[in-house]
Design a protein. Structure first.
Length: 141
């Protein structure tokens, strides 16, 4: 939670999916655990801190069916914008996921406070993406 009792600066929450397989079609982000507010710096009217990105965990066995993922989707756990940016979240994908790096996003939010940016303390820290399949493990920060 960015500011106690303020839903506009809350963190991204948690999504957990355990299934045989998943199908993500369409555009944009069918799985999103972004911290609030998530706007561009130019549009941000907020003087509060940004919430941290949340946690997304998807585990598929793929014993009978493969995961089907559209090339137009993304899985996101971004930090929110604010006077201090929220840190990026955590995304864990276990199973057969074939996604480009650009489709799995766990970045920190940016700061609107110029003095904090100059001191190196304003922007949120990077998030973490962990993927694991049969013979392949990858960790990206």
């Amino acid at each position: 939670m960015g500011v106690a009792g303020d839903a506009e600066t809350s963190g991204g929450g948690r999504i957990v999916i355990i299934a045989e397989s998943v199908v993500f079609n369409g555009f944009s982000a069918p799985l999103s655990a972004n911290g609030m507010p998530y706007l561009t710096l130019d549009q941000s009217p907020y003087q509060e801190v940004g919430g941290s990105g949340g946690y997304i965990y998807v585990n598929t066995t793929n014993k009978f069916l493969p995961n089907l993922l559209s090339k137009d989707i993304s899985i996101e756990s971004k930090g929110g914008f604010g006077t201090s940016g929220g840190s990026g979240g955590v995304i864990v994908l276990e199973g057969l996921f074939f996604l480009d790096d650009s489709q799995v996003i766990a970045v920190g939010g940016s700061s609107t406070n110029k003095s904090q940016i100059a001191s190196g303390c304003g922007d949120g820290a990077a998030g973490t993406v962990y993927t694991k399949s049969n013979n392949y493990t990858r960790l990206v920060v």
